[in-house]
Design a protein around this ligand. Sequence first.
Ligand SMILES: Cc1cc2nc3c(=O)[nH]c(=O)nc-3n(C[C@H](O)[C@H](O)[C@H](O)COP(=O)(O)OP(=O)(O)OC[C@H]3O[C@@H](n4cnc5c(N)ncnc54)[C@H](O)[C@@H]3O)c2cc1C
Length: 523
Amino acid sequence: MEIKREGLVSEIADPETVWDLIVAGGGATGLGVALDAASRGYKTLLLEQSDFAKGTSSRSTKLVHGGVRYLAQGNIGLVIEALRERGILLQNAPHLVRNESFIIPNYSWSSSIFYSVGLSVYDLLAGRRSFGRSRLISRSELIRRIPNIQQKALKSGVLYHDGQFDDARLAVSLALTAREQGATLLNYFRVTALTKEGNRINGVLARDLETGRMYPLKAKVVINATGVFVDELLGMDAPGSRPLVRPSQGIHLVFDKSFLGPQDALMIPKTKDGRVLFAIPWHDRMLVGTTDTPLQAHQPEPRALEEEIRFILEAAAGYLTRTPTRKDVRSVFAGLRPLAAPQNEREKTKEISRSHKLIVSDSGLVTITGGKWTTYRQMAEDTVNLAIVTAGLPVRACLTKNLSLHGFKESLAWSDPFFVYGSDALAVKALAKENTAWKEALDPRLPYIGAEVVWATRCEMARTVEDVLARRTRALFLDARAAMDMAPAVARLMAEELKRDAVWEKEQIVSFLAVAKNYLVDG
Ligand SMILES: Cc1cc2nc3c(=O)[nH]c(=O)nc-3n(C[C@H](O)[C@H](O)[C@H](O)COP(=O)(O)OP(=O)(O)OC[C@H]3O[C@@H](n4cnc5c(N)ncnc54)[C@H](O)[C@@H]3O)c2cc1C
């Protein structure tokens, strides 16, 4: 279904409209809250200052997981919750979440026993939502499954199952589902101030970043779901508040899939310096990460540090015979974890809780931060429950446990390049037949075609070349150089759809190239 921005903007034009909830932030958390609230029948508006999932939510390791390492830390409650949510997500979005087999290579007999036992517990905790039993595999089976594995001193492997997904595509699916449930969602709309009646927040001021126009908007409750930016909204409410969040950066390198076997992911629970490393097959590439680097400040487009790139290359070299080098890197991307700020400044970020934090300020501002993609639904349910009490909204039960997400389709062929669209794939393919130019591949290195640009612009609220190349398609994350070469063709197609002129087209290319160069690693 086509979505016109002008139509969405007209829904917020009347300053007397009182929204039940206004959600600031269109990442996993905000989108989950908007969907939960709209599906309960509350009048819901979501405002995102950039594009949906532009922040952390497009930069994850792409795991829908209980968290094997949280199990090792003894955080059983967190693991049980995440395993349950993993199962719910697979049930509601089978076109975007898949069951992936992971192999832990064991270089000592003691780790064979430790991880076999640990992962049996992981299976047990998943209960009826198990993704499959873990098992010990022999050295020879491991080598057959991942021929490039470092074989020296290799004893055995443990194979287990977890979920794998496309984060930015799930964000699009959540936005479209929320829309279908009656929410109004706008990207490129920034909350610039909170308005109050007495001490209570009664709305926001928001700027349309495309036109510069300001909108006063009234709400019974405002939800701060702005990820690493939460302190800015808290500061608008109560200047000088103690920071809630501390950013910790994680980066990933993307390589050709040939470094891995045909199907399995590799999980290193403890690298030589004690970190977790994943190498995961993703869209016909291999994704390797991540790091955990405390930062003092955050920015909308975080950049990988040289030492992080070096760490991943060195760590991967320890476990792969044919080692990936700098010149093999197709893309590097960085994301910021909105971790709860420690009380004790000496705490390391690795040790800070990853479970979510939900608070209500004296003004009635509801802030939700932390957590992970896997648990976005539970976080949303908790947030809306709290918003109901805070705003005195009529109590209605949460419906998202059994709510299929936009594009829901079972029995997909994962080899179909259009699988991420789920039930929309037919419509995208039909577009390709409508116009021969739209059938063409945008670049021989990636599977994307012109019809996907048109679809993203018409039906998925893409507004910029970056929206299309980074988040509607994943070109920038899969092959930064190819994405840069695709930019002029994408700008052309979008300009036609959005009725923009040559100046817009040129500006779009320039600004995309400025962002994309940060995804390249110099050889
Ligand atoms: C390296 C890394 C790997 C990870 N891997 C996994 C994983 O494999 N599995 C998993 O489950 N979780 C993972 N996570 C965690 C998960 O990605 C995050 O918990 C989740 O994406 C956070 O979503 P969010 O919506 O809270 O924040 P964000 O996605 O950052 O969204 C916040 C949004 O608010 C917007 N915003 C800010 N200020 C304003 C304003 N004034 N007005 C309007 N909008 C505003 C921002 O533009 C942004 O889009 C990972 C995190 C990192 C960093």
